[in-house]
Design a binder for this molecule. Structure first.
Ligand code: 37N
Length: 130
């Protein structure tokens, strides 16, 4: 009903701010766009559910997140995809893995610092009753 729509609108505004702040951080530049098939031809043979910050911004606008937990699930996906595709001990893989773990930890820290737990509970209630 209308109050629920107002709550979800507020959630989308909050998630856009978090997503934009992450995308502005140059450490996370490689996570801002889908992995390019021409640059990384075998990527989609190994990673079945690609995810990136631009795609997440689009998902916000399409009302595909009903609580912060759902948003963080896609952040976790960006991170696990990077860990799975870049598992080796060489310096390049280690840098990508470190950046992926930093993205995950930074996103969780922003949400915890800036999101009211009662608000998230209200959003979870809406999600679970739909
Ligand atoms: C992400 C990701 N996951 O696996 C790998 C491997 C990467 C990844 C992909 C790319 N090249 S890309 O064209 O797909 C791209 C460029 C700019 C933003 C987003 C993607 C470059 C690098 C890099 O370290 O420079 C890493």
């Amino acid at each position: 009903e209308e109050e629920e729509e107002a709550t979800l609108r507020e959630l989308r505004i909050f998630l856009r701010e978090i997503c934009a702040k992450l995308a502005r951080n140059r450490t996370f530049y490689i996570f801002t766009k889908p992995v390019d098939e021409e640059e990384v031809p075998d990527y989609r043979e190994i990673i079945k559910e690609p995810m990136d910050l631009e795609s997440m911004m689009t998902k916000i606008d399409k009302h595909e997140y009903e609580c912060a937990q759902d948003f963080l699930h896609d952040i976790d996906l960006i991170c696990t995809n990077a860990l799975e595709y870049n598992p080796d001990r060489n310096p390049e893989d280690k840098v990508i893995r470190h950046r992926a773990c930093t993205l995950r930890d930074t996103a969780y820290a922003y949400i915890k610092a800036e999101m009211d737990t009662d608000f998230e509970e209200k959003c979870r209630g809406i999600r679970d009753n739909r």
